[in-house]
Design a protein around this ligand. Structure first.
Ligand code: FMN
Length: 333
């Protein structure tokens, strides 16, 4: 079973950290759908130290979400260590994760994120400094390398372990690849074979069968799911069940999808207020509706809606239309 430091997960399924997605509203849904470990969206060290209200909100962890990993990123050792101390002493998170994989220029520009992938010594220095300053387990999330000519995942994984890191997650792409091409899981296998701390595999797991294949092919201890769970927490639940029992549960019906989407929106509204929540929810709704018959017709209305109640009405009418359509199909069959 996946165990990071003293923190034990009930299964190997991990919700990936996703900026703009993994706030308490979505994390709690992921948890209720059985996910073993949920990761929070990344927070910058500087933002933690300057402590504005919004950042403090990003550090909030609901008791029901645990175990939870909270990810920080930063450019210099001192601010990273100080931010880690805040997470260690002032939050309810179980694990402190350091981001070394984010390809977003805003992050790499300040020497943070993926840039460290070029230098195992730097990784050792940064992770040691954080480990020495905190009592929660420290983990690292990394890409396999900077580009195809600089893939140092094995040395980097060893550096994390030597520095006292308690686990690593490996996304099987280079920084240069962004999200193009395929995640190369053979590097996850290499990382797993080179260290004795847990390795969580990541990249292109979009079905429960993919998750099983990743575990089998790489020997990794956990499977981290990102885009596959967007608007689709059932993917997490179905993966947990598939790994446990071998049974592949069906995809949810439209009504169930909309029920959870509305719950998601209401939790977001409780967290951020109606205005922000409804706006943020538009992208999530596009994901929830993906693949549903007739969804294209309500997309425009969703993208313009600003009120919770009106959004609910659009969604409920959509579901009612689906039932009607299904009835027609039965009658004419
Ligand atoms: C919308 C979005 C936001 C992301 N934000 C983060 C982040 O805050 N920290 C991080 O380490 N990775 C972030 N990632 C990368 C994912 O955690 C993951 O490594 C990547 O999506 C590959 O996994 P997948 O193929 O399952 O999506 C983000 C990805 C997406 C799609």
């Amino acid at each position: 079973m996946l165990k990071i430091g003293d923190i034990e997960m009930k299964n190997p399924v991990v919700l990936a950290p996703m900026a703009g997605v993994c706030n308490p509203a979505f994390r709690l849904i992921a948890k209720e759908f059985g996910t073993g470990l949920v990761c929070a969206e990344m927070v910058s060290d500087k933002a933690i130290l300057h402590g504005n209200k919004r950042t403090r909100e990003m550090l909030f962890v609901d008791e029901r979400e645990k175990p939870l990993s909270l990810q920080i990123f930063g450019g210099d050792r001192e601010s990273l260590v100080e931010a880690a101390k805040v997470v260690d002493q002032e939050t309810n998170a179980d694990i402190i994760d350091i981001n070394m994989g984010c390809p977003v220029p805003k992050v790499t520009k300040c020497d943070a994120g993926a840039r460290w992938l070029l230098d195992p010594n730097k990784i050792h220095e940064m992770v040691s400094a954080v480990v020495d300053a905190v009592s929660k387990p420290v983990t690292v999330k990394m890409r396999i390398g900077w580009d195809a000519e600089h893939i140092y995942v094995v040395d980097n994984a060893k550096a994390v372990e030597a520095a006292g890191g308690k686990a690593i997650s490996v996304h099987g792409r280079t920084r240069e690849q962004l999200y193009t091409g395929h995640a190369d899981w053979s590097y996850i296998k290499q990382a797993k074979e080179s260290v004795s701390i847990p390795v969580i595999g990541n990249g292109d797991v979009s079905t429960p069968e993919d998750a099983k294949r990743m575990l089998e092919e790489t020997g990794c201890d956990g499977v981290m799911i990102g885009r596959g769970a967007l608007g689709n927490p059932w993917m997490l639940y179905r993966t947990v069940e598939y790994l446990k029992t071998g049974v592949l549960l069906p995809e949810p019906e439209a009504e169930e999808k909309i029920r959870i989407a509305i719950l998601h929106m209401d939790r977001l509204a409780a967290l951020k207020g109606e205005h922000v929540a409804v706006k943020e929810m538009r992208k999530h709704l596009a994901w929830y509706l993906k693949g549903l018959k007739g969804a294209a017709r309500i997309k425009d209305a969703i993208m313009e809606e600003t009120r919770r109640d009106k959004m609910v009405r659009i969604l409920e009418e959509f579901v009612a239309g689906q039932d009607h359509k299904n009835l027609e199909t039965v009658e004419t069959a």
